[in-house]
Design a protein around this ligand. Structure first.
Ligand SMILES: Cc1cc2nc3c(=O)[nH]c(=O)nc-3n(C[C@H](O)[C@H](O)[C@H](O)COP(=O)(O)OP(=O)(O)OC[C@H]3O[C@@H](n4cnc5c(N)ncnc54)[C@H](O)[C@@H]3O)c2cc1C
Length: 333
């Protein structure tokens, strides 16, 4: 049976991570075990999302932070094969379908994968790159400047609200502004997913050694764990997973507590189920093809007056701590 852990890395790591810094903790454990390479998703200099390789822990910095775009892992297959053939250990991290793909590729090529360790993220669905590239061009043109930093989950402004951070070469910085949040708004409505994500076969059918996710519902399952900054859930499925988690320790700075029971499964839909296809999915894509990006940003992404008022209203409620009280009043906490 899987072992489950609530995990929170030290504060500096948590602030760079999407939830509790589980990925970093695992990468740290992996490099401590010896010679190896780690693969993960990063932005390239044009904000394309690609899978890259790290030869040491510090190079894994680029992999931290969720990028809500399907990463291009074309070059990875051959490189992973090469590393394993050279006798190195490999830590491959990515979506469940990417982990399954790399394992299938190695098996088809009859490569000994005893040095391969795999970590997948619980995945809502990864949008194809087309709308993302269109969007990057759109915000750069509007700003008349090149984008130099982008975060889908800017931690200093909270864990649960998915605030965006975008910085441009002209010095402009936008935090949680509708000007740079409309892609994210469409992602969170599940409109950008690839059709195949709605039939994803991997929830509950794990192919990896370890699975990591946001620990939604941690305050209910594990009331003693501080939620400040975010907490990750780690599921260990195999002996290799257990070897990695054995190196990760609960210390004064790092929280790692085994979760008893399976109550945590209730709070993370995509752990067990694929995302549902939204009713307006076909309409969205027809509108994108026929009317273009600007129209869908207005119609679905919140770049209109009514949604802008709601967007900033919600953000004020979150900042003042009133959001949780309102949810409780409405019986949704
Ligand atoms: C597209 C996507 C959908 C997600 N959906 C959910 C969800 O529904 N529920 C949930 O609990 N968690 C989801 N997550 C995972 C979550 O955001 C965190 O990755 C997880 O909480 C681990 O936390 P961390 O603090 O270790 O994160 P981080 O340190 O931020 O995690 C970094 C890890 O994420 C990987 N990663 C980042 N972007 C991508 C990408 N585009 N493709 C492949 N791998 C990527 C990196 O390779 C690295 O392994 C999703 C992540 C992505 C990228």
């Amino acid at each position: 049976m899987d072992k489950a852990y609530a995990y929170k890395n030290k504060r500096s790591v948590v602030m760079r991570s999407s939830s509790g810094g589980a990925f970093w903790g695992i990468a740290e454990a992996f490099f401590e075990m010896g010679r190896g390479t780690c693969y993960g998703a990063k932005f390239d200099s044009d904000f394309k999302v690609v899978h890259g390789k790290a030869k040491k822990l510090e190079e894994c910095l680029a992999f931290q932070g969720s990028k809500y775009v399907q990463s291009d892992m074309t070059n990875c297959f051959v490189e992973v094969k090469h590393d394993l053939k050279e006798g190195k250990n490999v830590l491959f991290t990515g979506t469940p379908c990417q982990v399954a793909a790399i394992k299938k590729y190695l098996s088809r090529n009859k490569i000994d994968d005893s040095g391969l360790y795999t970590v997948d993220i619980v995945c809502h669905g990864a949008p194809g790159p087309v709308v993302w590239h269109d969007y990057i061009n759109y915000i750069q043109n509007k700003e008349h400047s090149k984008l130099i930093k982008f975060s889908f989950r800017y931690k200093p402004h909270g864990w649960k609200g998915y605030p965006i951070y975008a910085e441009f070469e002209n010095g402009k910085k936008y935090i949680n502004s509708i000007k740079v949040s409309s892609y994210q708004n469409m992602f969170r409505k599940n409109l950008l997913m690839r059709e195949s994500c709605f039939n994803c076969p991997y929830p509950g059918n794990f192919q990896s050694d370890l699975t990591i996710s946001d620990f939604w519902g941690v305050e209910l399952c594990m009331p003693d764990v501080s939620t400040d900054g975010g907490v990750s859930l780690i599921l260990s499925h195999t002996e290799k997973g257990a070897n990695l988690t054995a190196v990760m320790k609960d210390t004064e700075e790092v929280t790692m507590v085994e979760v008893r029971g399976e109550g945590y499964k209730k709070y993370n839909h995509n752990l067990l189920y694929a995302t549902e296809r939204p009713d307006d999915y076909d309409k969205f894509w027809n509108d994108y093809k026929n009317k273009g990006l600007k129209y869908v940003l207005y119609r679905y992404g919140g770049e209109n007056l009514k949604d802008t008022v709601v967007f900033y209203g919600k953000s004020i409620l979150r900042k003042t701590g009133l959001a949780d009280k309102v949810k409780k009043m409405m019986g949704r906490a």
